[in-house]
Design a protein around this ligand. Structure first.
Ligand code: CTP
Ligand code: MG
Length: 401
């Protein structure tokens, strides 16, 4: 695989809203249109457009899920993906995305995840307008309805609709202009074009696309559903079912100290009569190192991203729960486990008699992928040598599913 050159264009996909008007049980960007979420559809189209740095701005606590969706959509462009944490308003979320831009980026497009069907050609039109000299450019559509100005439930004026346009996203700007406009903004604006215009710049328009409508209400979602089926991406750039990513290796380590009551769980096995390891879950350093190695290999962050202490359902959970959830996360990102090797450093327990058993249990939890377990003492040195705890080191290979 070749290294992707650093692009001059970035797309900030704002997906941090709660979706009050849609009223779903999850934040709007994570609501499914078909079997894929709004965010996944939006990103599939972003990745089918010319190569750009892609910053997904996610609701706080949903960064891991956003990263999983982005990597699934990115295919071989995964190096271009990062996730930022959104703010209380759309403007604050865009500002968080701007913080994550690489130094070489010259053109920034800001796009609503809620405009999940905005086609790749729309991104190209906006970029082209800026490349030919505009400070900013946004897609617009003519207003179709006759428009009235209403006050106190009475029409006070007719508005000439030929003067009006409906604004969409992606909205593109020269990076320096957008950065400066955000630094100096003193009030909330409803879109980025308004904020940039308030800073004194003129913003051009390009032809919008009806498919770039914003999914706001349940009726909008119903409208989107058949459209997704009728407007799939072309196969050549269909990053919903993306081109296979290359195999990747990852590394993970974990340490737990002895302490507490109950039974020792290590490498997915219960060890009667052995000292217990302490930890938020069962303290199984071997399983946790494997989870970190697998997530690292898939570029999905680490164990804290997906299984942090803010997930009470994992308190006291055993290896199988962590490992099978990790296999599922990998699957969503287009990977399965190739193989795993893990080494334990500890005086006790002694693995020799149960190595095969441990390998079988861990392998079963990883959908049958081979797992090798090895163990060593440390010649009395360090914390494992002093018998204070256990260290585990894992490497994993993941391959396209
Ligand atoms: N957005 C964001 N951060 C916020 C608010 C909105 O990133 N604090 C994003 C949304 O995720 C969406 C886009 O801005 O992709 C347009 O916002 P909107 O359609 O209003 O979405 P919500 O704010 O989530 O919906 P609602 O206003 O109904 O709550
Ligand atoms: Mg909103």
């Amino acid at each position: 695989m070749s290294i992707t050159p650093v692009p001059r264009v970035a797309v900030i996909v704002v997906a941090a809203g709660s979706g009050t008007r849609l009223g779903a049980a999850v934040p709007k960007a994570f609501v499914g249109i078909d079997e894929h979420t709004m965010l996944r559809h939006a990103l599939a189209r972003v990745f089918a457009a010319p190569a750009a740095q892609v910053v997904v701005v996610a609701p706080a606590g949903r960064e891991g899920d956003a990263l999983t969706e982005a990597i699934a959509a990115a295919g071989d462009r995964r190096d271009l993906v990062s996730v930022a944490t959104g703010g209380a308003t759309r403007q604050a979320s865009v500002a968080a995305g701007l913080e994550a831009l690489w130094g070489d980026v010259e053109i920034v497009l800001v796009h609503d995840a809620a405009r999940a069907l905005a086609p790749p050609a729309l991104f190209e039109r906006v970029i082209a307008a800026i490349e030919t000299g505009s400070a900013g450019a946004i897609p617009v559509l003519p207003v179709i309805d006759t428009i009235k100005r209403v006050e106190n439930e009475r029409i006070v004026a007719a508005v000439d609709r030929s003067e009006l346009s409906a604004a969409q996203t992606p909205q593109g700007f020269r990076r320096g202009i957008l950065d400066a406009a955000y630094r100096t903004a003193t009030q909330e604006h409803t879109d980025d074009a308004a904020l940039v215009a308030a800073a004194g710049h003129s913003v051009a328009v390009v032809e919008g696309d009806p498919l770039a409508f914003k999914i706001t209400t349940p009726a909008d979602l119903e409208r989107a559903r058949p459209l997704v089926a009728r407007h799939p991406l072309g196969r050549s750039d269909a990053r919903l079912e993306n081109s296979p990513p290359p195999p990747r290796v990852g590394i993970g380590t974990d340490v737990h100290g002895f302490g507490g009551e109950g039974a020792l769980w290590l490498a997915g096995l219960e060890w009667p009569g052995e000292q217990v390891l302490s930890g938020h879950s069962d303290g199984d350093a071997v399983a946790h190192a494997i989870v970190d190695a697998l997530l690292s290999a898939a570029g999905l962050g680490d164990i804290g991203t997906h299984f942090g202490t803010d997930h009470p359902e994992y308190a006291g959970a055993h290896a199988g729960v962590f490992l099978s959830r990790t296999v599922a996360l990998l699957g969503e990102a287009g990977y399965r486990v190739g193989n795993v090797a893990v080494q334990v450093q500890a005086n006790r327990p002694r693995f020799a008699a149960r190595r095969v058993e441990a390998e079988a249990v861990l392998s079963a939890a990883l959908d049958g992928a081979p797992v090798s377990v090895s163990a060593t003492t440390t010649d009395g040195l360090g914390f494992p040598g002093r018998g204070e705890g256990v260290a585990a080191f894992a490497m994993a290979l993941v391959v396209p599913a």
